[in-house]
Design a protein around this ligand. Structure first.
Ligand code: ZN
Length: 279
């Protein structure tokens, strides 16, 4: 079996997640690493943070593929005086490359929301909630169906069971007894898709990072029920999908790499406390 080079792995990642599909404000692709370096172990994670770098070093990863970019805006320094600079230094000193597939992975087919849809129990065909202009098979979010109609409370319980555990869990807006079957999902912050979900006529929309006013007005206006999960949890299911796809496309070239999905919870919110009932 030939050994994978970073260049060969990046080539396959960019076929699965074409950088041209990324939003104009995004920063995707190779952050650090030598294209000629050998890659035997690839760690997949949502966030390029210290705990994930620690995990990469402990496992002996040669490449870390993350969903979120390390540097999103222009930077003139990678000095180890900031946590981001420290991440870059630690990776380079240990010969570990970093690669980001962000909004280009969101709109891929399959992409982030396909994995989320399956994780929360949607079956059958999935179609983009907001299809890409150049290819309607790709796009943001996905619409799918449950095998049979259930109450919103039941769907919430199933969705929570299908997602990794976080302090945030899952919040629900809408009548818990309402029946739902046709569901839209979008991994990550889905505020901007609220109107699209309403126009699509789905029974519920599951995403992350929803705010009070848009959510309240949406439900008051008779829109679909809303489910708000932890941002990290909505994107985590993609890691396994991406790892399997990369293994498969490299395998077709006769190249073997070992992949691993990080189970380190890097959601920003780490604990919750419930308030007392009003007296
Ligand atoms: Zn995200």
């Amino acid at each position: 079996m030939p050994e994978a080079t970073l260049a060969a792995v990046v080539e396959e990642l960019e076929t699965l997640y074409d950088p041209a599909w990324a939003e104009s404000w995004d920063a995707v692709g190779l952050v650090c690493g030598d294209p000629a370096a050998a890659v035997r172990r690839v760690l997949f994670a949502v966030d390029p943070v210290r705990t994930v770098v620690d995990e990469a070093l402990a496992w002996g990863a040669d490449l870390v593929v993350t969903h979120h970019p390390l540097y999103l805006r222009g930077t003139t320094s990678v000095a180890a005086t900031t946590f981001k600079g420290r991440v870059v230094h630690t990776l380079i000193k240990n010969d570990v490359a970093l690669y980001t597939a962000h909004t280009n992975a969101d709109v891929a087919d399959p992409g982030v929301s396909d994995a989320l849809a399956r994780a929360v129990g949607l079956t059958g065909d999935l179609v983009p909630l907001r299809p890409a202009a150049d290819d309607p098979r790709r796009g943001l979010g996905r619409i799918g169906s449950l095998a049979e109609p259930v109450t919103l409370a039941e769907f919430a319980a199933r969705a929570a069971a299908g997602l990794p555990r976080t302090a945030w869990g899952l919040r629900v807006a809408g009548d818990p007894d309402r029946r739902v079957r046709r569901i839209a999902v979008s991994g990550g912050a889905g505020d901007s898709l609220l109107g699209t979900a309403r126009a699509a006529g789905v029974d519920a929309f599951l995403t992350a990072d929803l705010r009070h006013h848009p959510a309240s007005e949406f439900v008051e206006a008779g829109g679909p029920a809303l489910l708000d999960a932890a941002h990290w949890a909505t994107e985590w299911p993609w890691l396994g999908q991406a790892a399997a796809l990369l293994t498969s496309v490299l395998g077709a070239r006769g190249i073997t790499v070992e992949t691993r999905v990080s189970e380190t919870v890097t959601d920003a919110w780490t604990t919750t406390a419930q308030c007392e009932d009003t007296k």
